[in-house]
Design a protein around this ligand. Structure first.
Ligand code: SF4
Ligand code: SF4
Length: 381
């Protein structure tokens, strides 16, 4: 394993980390085997955004005394209300969930991540509120080692970094999120050395964010490096062919200030496959040819991240989008299993009130309401 300095924290992270999200709702044995595999590969940084009680307990039990050997990103504001994951800006609620997580992590969390700072409101409700003060108190008391935050929005992230408070940021990075959709020639400017100044194809605000992080020595850990699997999928890639997992890892690790790519492995085998990255040579990792074919980005594409939840009508929006994406590959020949999965949802598209709260929360501008309407039409029996 290779380790990188985490900004100015004095700590080092393995360049491949584990985003534990996909261990949610998995049996304990599977959680344990995945954690064992990750530890055996030298993975030392783990993101635990999930507020669910069971998954937190399973992770804690699987780690046992090895907790002290790893770094944990725990999220301040990630809550589980009414059995749906939610973002809370209500201090007592935030405290309740974070302090329970602290308890399960042995009374100490390495990085207290202010959760989901995507909009101006998120920024105001966290960085200009008692939630930021709470994080500072946690740090003063030694309950957390450092303050960080998570975001998908470069404009808001820049504001957060400029407060001087965060030392680490969890940000969604992959080649599709980064590019500007201005034709197919922008990536001819890319240089294999990945010098940020040569990336004329990178969206300017993103480029500014990465540079700012580097300048202020704020470390970036990466989420969604594979675009929820779309970049490596022959059906869903926006490029002329899918990237490999290793190419996606390599792309993210090549951004300035990035210290670790957190992959959502959910089995031991997936962990072992991911760390094969370390054995590949530069030619095998090179992705510039694939990116130069770009014609569209990921805007409007659902990456199944669940950030649009909760839905007041309790529609599982991610599942609807997932089934719809599969159905749209050939609408004249929808697999019966997909139709029946949709029909078996407890709450379906016909219950959507068009409140649009989901669309406001979606970091990728997915037209959720029209997707839901389309799904309802397509899957009608
Ligand atoms: S617009 Fe529909 S799907 Fe979205 S949150 Fe409201 S009810 Fe749920
Ligand atoms: S609709 Fe948006 S927020 Fe919801 S799962 Fe898809 S990408 Fe994520």
């Amino acid at each position: 394993m290779i380790y990188r300095d985490i900004g100015k924290t004095g700590k080092k992270a393995s360049i491949i980390g584990l985003g534990c999200e996909h261990l949610d709702r998995k049996p304990y044995e599977q959680v344990k085997e995945t954690i064992d595999a990750a530890l055996s590969c030298g993975i030392n940084i783990y993101d635990m955004f999930m507020p669910g009680k069971e998954v937190r307990e399973y992770l804690s039990k699987a780690l046992g005394s090895r907790r002290k050997d790893i770094l944990i990103q725990g999220h301040i504001g990630s809550t589980d209300i009414g059995q749906q994951y939610d973002i809370s800006r209500d201090l007592p609620t935030v405290q309740r969930f974070f302090e329970d997580h602290l308890r399960l992590c042995g009374g100490y969390i390495d990085f207290g991540m202010l959760f989901f700072i995507d909009s101006d409101d998120d920024y105001k409700n966290v960085f200009e509120s008692d939630i930021a003060s709470y994080a500072q108190k946690l740090k003063e008391k030694g309950d957390i080692g450092h303050i960080g935050f998570s975001s998908h929005n470069p404009v808001t992230a820049i504001k957060a970094i400029n407060t001087g408070l965060p030392e680490i940021m969890l940000f969604s990075i992959n080649p599709a999120f980064d590019i500007i959709q201005t034709g197919d020639s922008i990536f001819t400017h890319l240089d294999k050395g990945f010098n940020i100044d040569s990336f004329s194809g990178i969206e300017p605000k993103r480029a500014e964010l990465y540079r700012l992080c580097e300048q202020k020595n704020v470390a970036i850990t990466v989420m969604k490096a594979l675009g929820a699997g779309k970049l490596i999928s022959p059906e869903h890639t926006p490029f002329k062919k899918p990237l490999s997992v290793a190419q996606c890892i390599h792309y993210s690790l090549s951004r300035p200030a990035v210290v670790s790519v957190l992959l959502g492995c959910k089995t031991a085998q997936e962990v072992f496959d991911s760390v094969k990255y370390l054995e590949l040579n530069e030619t095998e990792l090179d992705y510039t040819d694939i990116l130069s074919s770009v014609g569209s980005g990921m805007k409007g594409c659902c990456v199944y991240c669940n950030h649009c939840q909760p839905c007041p009508s309790q529609i599982d929006i991610t599942a609807v989008n997932k089934y719809l994406d599969i159905a749209k590959l050939d609408t004249t020949n929808i697999p019966p299993s997909i139709r029946s999965h949709y029909q078996n949802l407890t709450h379906r598209g016909n219950e959507c009130t068009k409140c649009a709260s989901c669309e406001k929360r979606c970091p990728f501008d997915v037209p959720i309401i029209s997707n839901i309407e389309e799904a309802e039409k397509l899957f009608k029996v």
